[in-house]
Write a protein of this length. Structure first.
Length: 163
C-alpha cells in the first residue's frame, strides 16, 4: 500500500471513529463543546417542545427557518428505526455573509443549523456547530463575525432549553 493510500485509510478511520462518538450519549455535556466543535445542551423539554421552542427563538430574532429535517421520519419511511432526531436549518444573509467573507468555503456549513435529538436514555439534547470552530475548519485566521454569531446561537440555545 502506498503512503498516500495508507494516510487516506487512516484519515477515513479517524473520521468514522469521530462519527461514531457523535451518536453516543453525551453525559455531563451541558453547554460543553464536544466532538469537532459541537456545542450540546440538555433540554428539560420533550423532543417536540424543544424543536418548537427552537423555531420560536429563531423567528423571534428575525432569522428565517429554511427547513426542518426529521431524520427519524425518513428512517421510518425505509423501514428502519431511529430515535427522535430533527435538524432545524435557519439563518439570514446578515449573519452568514460576514462569515463567508472570512472564508468562502464556510458556505458549505450555512445556513446555520441546530440538531435536537433524544439519546438512548431518553434525554433530549440541543446541539449546534460553534461558529469559531467553523472558521477554524475552513482555515480563516480570524473572523470577528464568528463571535457575534456564536453569541446569537448561544442565546437561542439557552432560551430554547430554559425552564
Amino acid at each position: 500500500m502506498t503512503p498516500f493510500r495508507m494516510s487516506s485509510l487512516l484519515a477515513t478511520l479517524v473520521l468514522l471513529a469521530g462519527c461514531g462518538a457523535m451518536g453516543r450519549q453525551h453525559p455531563g455535556m451541558q453547554g460543553a463543546h464536544g466532538a469537532h466543535g459541537l456545542v450540546a445542551m440538555k433540554s428539560p423539554h420533550t423532543q417536540a417542545e424543544t424543536v418548537s421552542r427552537l423555531e420560536a427563538q429563531v423567528r423571534q430574532r428575525s432569522l428565517n427557518v429554511v427547513a426542518r429535517v426529521d431524520h427519524a421520519a425518513a428512517a421510518q419511511r425505509i423501514g428502519q428505526t431511529l430515535g427522535p432526531n430533527e435538524v432545524v436549518i435557519f439563518g439570514n444573509p446578515q449573519a452568514g455573509t460576514p462569515l463567508m467573507q472570512c472564508a468562502p468555503t464556510i458556505g458549505i456549513d450555512l445556513p446555520m443549523k441546530a440538531l435536537v435529538w433524544t439519546d438512548t436514555a431518553g434525554q433530549v439534547w440541543l446541539g449546534y456547530n460553534d461558529p469559531a470552530w467553523l472558521v477554524h475548519r475552513h482555515g480563516a485566521p480570524e473572523c470577528p463575525a464568528a463571535e457575534n454569531v456564536r453569541k446569537a446561537l448561544a442565546a437561542i440555545a439557552e432560551a430554547t432549553v430554559a425552564r
